[in-house]
Design a protein around this ligand. Structure first.
Ligand SMILES: Nc1ncnc2c1ncn2[C@@H]1O[C@H](COP(=O)(O)OP(=O)(O)OP(=O)(O)O)[C@@H](O)[C@H]1O
Length: 697
């Protein structure tokens, strides 16, 4: 006889919240007791006020979590609104996330059989998701949860997307979403959209994360990660320390991390990879990595305290002016593509990696070399041997080392889109498709054929909502003890950069606020916000983006790429200020002025590119000089290691030129950003008018 179905209360009164066990940007997760069932559960408490009205994202997460039914996917028992919060009730995974486990007990990563076991479970979950038309889009160790008995579940469907979505919802697959270190190149490029294969890339990165204790490039700021992912050969298991790993593991990772998604195996095929023959039982995981862990709540508290300590240390570091200045310069070039800087950054990776034996750069050398690609010893479907694009796909370069960085410009030319444009997409912030949320959306989901669990989706007037049975929701304001003070709203809704880029200069005087935003930055050890490289100019970018037009979510990037081209609009006759059309003006009469605006904008763009070029040339002319904006002005490299502190007048002059150029680029980019935001508005109005007047575009 079938066991009676457990009914989880749809009311906060039915639960007793215990300690916090996890935290996201807009959610905290608590251990809790489901009172009537006397069962320990986990409750994710999403603060709807901090979700920037991203109800679509929340709906997607709750919907997916409620409908999935697979032992390797975290399913929600139910969800309901409670005041300004949405409570999502789910199974309690007592060992926490693999990231937590690594942080507390395996800082250098797991042994191979553990990795094989974890990854096989995750992959089984992914196969199910993909077969049901879903892309997870945020596969990483932080989202792999373990129970005390060693069972493994993939969690966090906050950014998942459905391949079967049509119309406006399809847009979500042209969306720049995920966590940079784990993000597939095709997701970053935003050229043709992407599909399930994006998860396979993230899966490969997760494999490296589990092997090393951190994801490749995790110490770099997001923009750098984007460039490195696009520009460099894919990371792999090619370092000296990776010798301990088997050929089949290396091959499996290489198969996932092929830049061309078409050449990547799908999840189903990947599951047949010989590597997973090494996978063991849940029991094995319990014995090797779970037994002996302290209770999840304690671990969570300890990790938080450790991270807070680290932040304080970092703060001291940042208070060292010289370093701040260096970081400031780097911060600027992190988004304006200072080629010289990229070169030195890349060189830095090599140095650091040699010292710390971190994997990324070496893999660049090795993967590009003739013997760089490891082939499976075992017989295996040929797709896995197809690593033809493990070489840099850009510019046909066979080498992808720091020394090649000066060739970036040529490489960029061979890019499907120029990098500035590519990354312009990152600034191209448009409204999320929250407006498209409708109750009918739920029915479009193929998973809907399965039994639906109690889900009450929040709406603006959710307090008046009734539950499935028609009972009125109490809208109870159960107070949640938050261990973090919410960061400034800007940090939640910034453009691509500001969320993880804070000026070191600002930091000095910005006490609590800065500390908090940095705390969030540091929290995800291997996540996108770890790097503390800061940039005040990028902050100002977000200042100029109108509230509401910005999309960002949960410590990840989510920047929506509109399907259609967007002309850049600024009004030359009003000094760049927009002159929004009034409804009385016929739409057609706006076109010439829009065209002229567009032209003006193009000129500005060219100017920016020219400045970047001249900056590059200026830097290049003093090829051996490394410019740092310290008090002494310029540091001139005298050899491989040494620096002379005495700059020549010419160098000083060059330095100040560089600074000036950087400043003007910064202000131009700012201006461009402002104008783009206005353009979006103007375009909308124009579209409305065109529609109104029945003019076909
Ligand atoms: N069911 C659960 N059992 C135990 N721990 C959990 C559970 N769900 C989440 N956690 C813990 O809480 C953390 C945050 O949860 P989750 O990833 O769902 O939040 P989020 O806001 O989406 O975070 P992020 O965006 O940073 O991934 C997880 O990394 C995990 O450590």
């Amino acid at each position: 006889m079938e066991a009676p179905k457990r009914v989880f209360p749809l009311d906060a009164n039915g639960y007793k919240l215990y300690e916090e066990i996890g935290e996201g940007v807009s959610a905290s997760v608590h251990r809790a007791l489901c009172i009537p069932l006397n069962e320990i559960v986990a409750i994710k408490v999403l603060d709807l006020e901090k979700c920037n009205n991203d109800f679509d994202g929340i709906r997607r997460e709750v919907q997916t979590m409620s409908l999935i039914s697979h032992p390797n996917l975290l399913r929600a028992y139910c969800s309901f609104p409670a005041g300004q919060y949405l409570w999502v009730v789910m199974p309690y995974m007592a060992a926490g996330s693999c990231l937590h486990i690594m942080k507390s007990s395996f800082p250098d990563g797991f042994e191979e059989p553990v990795i094989a076991t974890l990854l096989r479970e995750v992959l089984r979950g992914l196969v199910y998701l993909h077969n049901h038309g879903h892309i997870h889009r945020d596969v990483k160790a932080g989202n792999i949860l373990a129970d005390s008995n060693g069972s493994i579940k993939l969690a966090d469907f906050g950014v998942s997307a459905c391949m079967f979505d049509a119309g406006d919802r399809q847009r979500s697959r042209n969306t720049f979403v995920g966590t940079p270190c784990w993000m597939a190149p095709e997701v970053m490029q935003q050229l043709h959209g992407y599909d399930f294969k994006a998860d396979v890339w993230s899966f490969g990165i997760t494999a490296l994360e589990l092997a090393h204790g951190h994801a490749p490039f995790s110490k770099y700021p997001p923009m750098k990660v984007l460039l490195m992912t696009l520009q460099n050969a894919p990371p792999g298991l090619d370092y000296e320390r990776d010798k301990k790993f088997s050929k089949s593991f290396k091959d499996m990772v290489a198969a996932c991390l092929v830049k061309d998604p078409k050449k990547r195996p799908n999840s189903e095929k990947l599951l047949k990879h010989p590597f997973f023959r090494h996978a063991k039982t849940a029991d094995y995981l319990e014995r090797t990595i779970i037994n002996g862990l302290s209770p999840l709540g304690d671990r969570f508290r300890m990790l938080k305290a450790k991270e807070a300590d680290l932040l304080l240390q970092n703060k001291e570091l940042y208070e060292n002016e010289h370093l701040s200045q260096q970081e400031y310069i780097r911060g600027i070039s992190a988004w304006n593509f200072d080629l010289e800087d990229l070169k030195s950054q890349a060189a830095l990776i090599n140095d650091l990696d040699e010292i710390q034996s971190v994997d990324e750069p070496k893999s660049l050398h090795q993967q590009n070399g003739p013997s760089g690609v490891t082939l499976p010893a075992e017989k295996f479907p040929e797709t896995y041997n197809d690593h033809s694009d493990t070489k840099s796909s850009i510019g046909g370069s066979s080498q992808d080392t720091a020394d090649d960085i000066p060739n970036l410009e040529n490489s960029f030319a061979a890019f499907p889109i120029a990098p500035l444009q590519a990354l312009e997409g990152c600034f191209d912030i448009s409204e999320d498709d929250a407006a498209t949320v409708s109750s009918t959306d739920v029915d479009e989901n193929p998973l809907d054929t399965e039994q639906k669990l109690p889900v009450k989706l929040p709406t603006k007037g959710m307090d008046q909502e009734t539950d499935k049975d028609g009972a009125e929701i109490l809208g109870q304001q159960k107070s949640i003890q938050k261990t973090t003070i919410p960061g400034p709203r800007k940090a939640m809704s910034g453009s691509l950069l500001p969320e993880n880029v804070v000026s070191p200069n600002k930091l000095v005087g910005n006490g609590e606020r800065e500390y908090k935003s940095r705390f969030r930055i540091e929290r995800n050890h291997s996540g996108p916000l770890q790097n503390l490289q800061k940039n005040s100019m990028t902050n100002s970018l977000s200042d100029n983006v109108p509230e509401g037009s910005v999309v960002q979510r949960k410590g990840r990037f989510k920047i929506t790429a509109d399907s259609g081209p967007k002309p850049q609009v600024l009004n030359p006759s009003s000094g760049g200020m927009p002159s929004p059309p009034t409804p009385s003006i016929p739409a057609a009469s706006l076109l010439p002025s829009l065209q002229s605006i567009l032209q003006h904008n193009t000129t500005q763009r060219e100017e920016i590119l020219r400045l970047i070029k001249s900056l590059d040339q200026t830097s290049g002319s003093s090829s051996s000089s490394s410019l740092n904006a310290g008090n002494s002005g310029v540091q001139v490299e005298t050899g491989n290691n040494g620096f002379s502190q005495v700059p020549s007048p010419r160098e000083r002059e060059l330095h100040s030129q560089v600074i000036q150029l950087q400043q003007s680029i910064g202000s131009l980019v700012e201006q461009l950003q402002r104008q783009k935001a206005r353009n979006v508005e103007l375009e909308k109005k124009l579209n409305d008018m065109v529609k109104k007047n029945g003019i076909k575009e």
